[in-house]
Design a protein. Structure first.
Length: 166
């Protein structure tokens, strides 16, 4: 194992999220597991969204791994994308690992069946190529959404809050 492969494996194993950017769409934070030399993730209805990234079998993606404790970028690497066919031996082994890391699943007993029926399991295997880390911020405009969370504070709110403390 080369130093680059060891760095990628160790960083991905310790990080709870990886940032994945496919050929299309923005980079997206995804939860994953490291299994048999690749980052494995699941996406689809009821899971994390993979649509819009362009992750297709045989395609490529760029993966950025951050430090779990400091949050800074550790390594950016190129990945080969492989969709794992549902029901195969490889799928069964990958899903067993993923199921152990899936938090708050609404249907823990039927999770594997739902994933086989509705979701995609994708392997991101390192090609061995890494990219230099950028010098500046990679902050981007938030994606457009009809949801709003911020409105002007009502003028009477500070007075009401002070009154509740008495």
């Amino acid at each position: 194992m080369t130093q680059t492969q060891a760095l990628i494996e160790e960083a991905v194993k310790k990080s709870g999220l990886i940032w994945v950017q496919g050929p299309t769409g923005p980079s997206r934070a995804l939860w994953h597991v490291w299994h048999e030399g690749a980052a494995v993730l699941v996406g689809g209805p009821g899971e994390q969204p993979l649509d819009g990234l362009g992750l297709v079998d045989g395609g490529t993606a760029t993966v950025t791994v951050r430090s779990k404790d400091k949050g800074g970028r550790l390594v950016m690497w190129a990945a080969r994308v492989a969709e794992v066919p549902a029901g195969s031996e490889e799928w069964t082994a990958a899903v067993a690992e993923l199921k152990g890391k899936r938090l708050n699943a609404p249907d823990a007993e039927g999770l594997e069946e739902r994933w086989a029926r509705e979701c995609r399991v994708v392997r991101l295997s390192p090609t061995g190529d890494t990219s230099p880390l950028p010098d500046g911020s990679l902050a981007a405009e938030p994606l457009a959404t009809p949801v709003t969370t911020r409105r002007a504070m009502p003028a009477a709110l500070p007075k009401l809050l002070r009154r509740g403390r008495r």
